[in-house]
Write a protein that binds this ligand. Structure first.
Ligand SMILES: C[S@@+](CC[C@H](N)C(=O)[O-])C[C@H]1O[C@@H](n2cnc3c(N)ncnc32)[C@H](O)[C@@H]1O
Length: 267
């Protein structure tokens, strides 16, 4: 690599300011205050809804599909038993459950962002799926379902956005049947140092810029993503929160070097 040629001390100062800024962002992201009010989260997902699926597959290089299918395999849903997927967005996990159960289970896909649900409904129509799958507008912190109703209650990349994490988990546990499974698939931070460094750099510097550029949204959704991941409990810390709402036998599996983790507990 040729040496960096600073033709003036002003250029050198600018260069070192950029480096200092990147270093600061990388280490201080987790301390940023994040606005997770329902209004802000709804508005943000409403804006990115038309591009959400495309961006998901592009920025994760399609690994997100593998994480959802791995989750469904691990949970092994029994055809005929009801399933609830909260923070379902455009319904990809709910659709994966539908495929796995051969259309024999009632599947409820709930979210509080109407624009995301509309895209989910379009996907349902295109796949010619009947009323065994329904999209429902609902806040994860106040689910409109009776106690002990579902055999599986899942959330994929959604719990991190819910303003009150414990409340969201408690609602998932409440509507799950005794003996049923509560599953959380969520981003996490890799532990192994060389990979962790590279990943954090990509996640905090490349992903927000690429995301912003492609999605062309104004509310910084792709800056919000690394900030919320950095601030969200992962590994044992999230497993402990799940135990805290009464779930038992909580286990977790880091996926793809720990970029995402699947947590499962029994009621
Ligand atoms: C990152 S998307 C995940 C969508 C989908 N589960 C997936 O795997 O792609 C997060 C979703 O959570 C929803 N969400 C966030 N907070 C919520 C809440 N309190 N109640 C219901 N949905 C919520 C958002 O509207 C958004 O659709």
């Amino acid at each position: 690599m040729p040496p960096v040629d600073f033709t003036s001390s002003r250029q050198a100062a600018a260069f070192f300011r950029i480096i200092a800024r990147l270093a600061y962002e990388t280490t201080h992201m987790s301390t940023t205050t994040i606005d997770k009010s329902n209004e802000r989260v709804q508005r943000m997902f409403g804006e990115i809804a038309p591009n959400y699926d495309r961006m998901n597959h592009l920025l994760s290089m399609n690994v997100d599909r593998y994480w959802r299918s791995w989750t469904v395999r691990k949970l092994a849903p029994v055809p005929g038993e009801p399933i609830l997927d909260i923070c379902t967005g455009t319904g990809d996990l709910a659709l994966a459950f539908h495929r796995a159960t051969g259309g024999k289970s009632e599947i409820v896909a709930a979210d509080f962002c109407r624009e995301m649900l509309e895209i989910g409904c379009q996907k349902q129509e295109r796949a010619r799926i009947g009323r065994e799958l329904s999209f429902v507008e609902a806040d994860a912190q106040n689910l409109p379902f009776e106690d002990d109703r579902f055999a599986i209650v899942s959330v994929a990349f959604g719990l991190r956005n819910v303003a009150d994490t414990n409340r969201g988990l408690a609602e998932m546990a409440r509507v799950c049947r005794p003996g049923g499974q509560v599953a959380v698939l969520e981003f996490s931070t890799p532990r192994w140092q060389p990979f962790r460094g590279m990943y954090l750099w990509y996640f905090k510097n490349i992903l927000p810029r690429v995301g912003q550029w492609f999605a062309r949204n104004s509310s910084s959704a792709y800056e919000y993503l690394p900030a919320t991941v950095a601030a969200f409990p992962d590994g044992e810390a999230l497993a402990e929160r799940m135990r805290g709402v009464g779930l038992k036998n909580v286990k977790f599996w880091p996926l793809t070097g720990g970029i995402a983790t699947l947590y499962v507990g029994r009621k």
